[in-house]
Write a protein that binds this ligand. Structure first.
Ligand code: HEC
Ligand code: HEC
Length: 247
């Protein structure tokens, strides 16, 4: 277990010089989209499985990460908040991003949430179709008459948008090469800093210390996470309008 001692003078130093510059906030955003938005919403405004951080008392009381840091690093595993291993500077940027979101949410009445009913009502179907086949690159992986046929029937409204932003069912594939040269490929079954595990084609679970093997992971959900950084609000509105026609 990582002791709280990490929260010593170093981190305060990092905070005091890093401050909340746009660069630091942008770094925090990209990390947040990758690790946190899944539960807390794209804008930290809350999601189905994580509370709204912009209205959190803990965040309001936080000074330079002194409250947020321990929650991120220790998690609250029994309450559904996982623990994360983050460096001091990564944590500083996450904290800067969350405070920035809080400020923005407070200045905007209501505040845009990660998933917003407006997305369902204001889009343009044609523009969404164009984005799907063009700039969005969606058609390189999806087909409206194939895997996405009827997707709007399977997921109503905001559920559909959440699937778009954070597809969860996506199974990552991993390929592990042992010191002997043998290669095992299969579904990624577990991964952390020290361990990787694969369920091979026969369904057998096998795990290795990452230090002893070489591996690659192909995680299709990451394509969506990367896209998230490119979407504008208009793209989302239009895509949602288009996806709603796939019934
Ligand atoms: C799997 C879902 C999930 C993920 C991913 C997740 N959280 Fe959480 N988080 C939660 C839940 C659930 C709680 C509320 C726990 C509770 O009720 O005490 C929470 C609580 C918090 C709190 C405390 C809020 C409060 O008012 O007490 C902070 C801060 C926080 N999360 C930040 C983060 C950050 C930063 C990340 C990414 C590094 C992250 N979370 C990733 C689910 C998640
Ligand atoms: C690199 C490939 C790739 C790209 C590009 C991509 N997706 Fe996906 N998408 C996936 C995978 C993989 C899943 C997960 C499928 C699953 O969960 O069964 C998924 C899931 C989805 C889902 C949920 C479908 C379901 O049945 O749960 C939607 C909606 C979706 N994508 C829309 C889009 C849109 C819109 C774009 C373009 C902006 C896009 N995707 C770009 C690979 C991609």
């Amino acid at each position: 277990m990582k002791p709280l001692l990490q929260f010593g003078p170093t981190i305060l130093l990092v905070f005091s010089c890093a401050a909340q510059t746009p660069d630091v906030i942008a770094q925090g955003q990209s990390r947040f989209l990758q690790d946190c938005a899944f539960c807390h919403g794209r804008d930290a405004g809350g999601g189905e499985t994580g509370p709204d951080l912009t209205r959190s008392k803990l965040v309001a009381d936080d000074v330079n990460g002194d409250k947020i840091g321990p929650v991120v690093r220790n998690g609250r595993p029994d309450k559904g908040m996982p623990r994360f291993t983050v460096s001091d500077s990564e944590l500083a940027s996450l904290v800067a991003f969350i405070h920035d979101r809080k400020k923005k949410a407070e200045t905007r009445k209501g505040g845009r949430r990660g998933v917003d009913v407006a997305d369902l009502q204001t889009g343009n179907v044609q523009a969404g179709l164009k984005y799907f086949n063009g700039a969005g690159g969606c058609s390189s992986c999806h087909s409206p008459t194939g895997d996405l046929a009827g997707v709007a029937k399977r997921y109503e409204g905001l559920k559909l948008e959440q699937r778009l932003l954070y597809p969860r069912g996506a199974k990552a594939k991993a390929s592990v090469t042992l010191a002997s040269g043998e290669t095992i490929t299969g579904e990624l079954a577990y991964q952390d800093e020290f361990t990787i595990a694969v369920r091979d084609s026969s369904g057998r679970y096998r795990s290795w210390p990452v230090s002893a093997i070489k591996f690659t992971v192909d995680n299709p959900a990451e394509a969506h996470a990367r896209l998230l950084e490119k979407y504008t609000d208009d793209d989302i509105h239009n895509l949602m309008a288009y996806l709603q026609t796939l019934r």
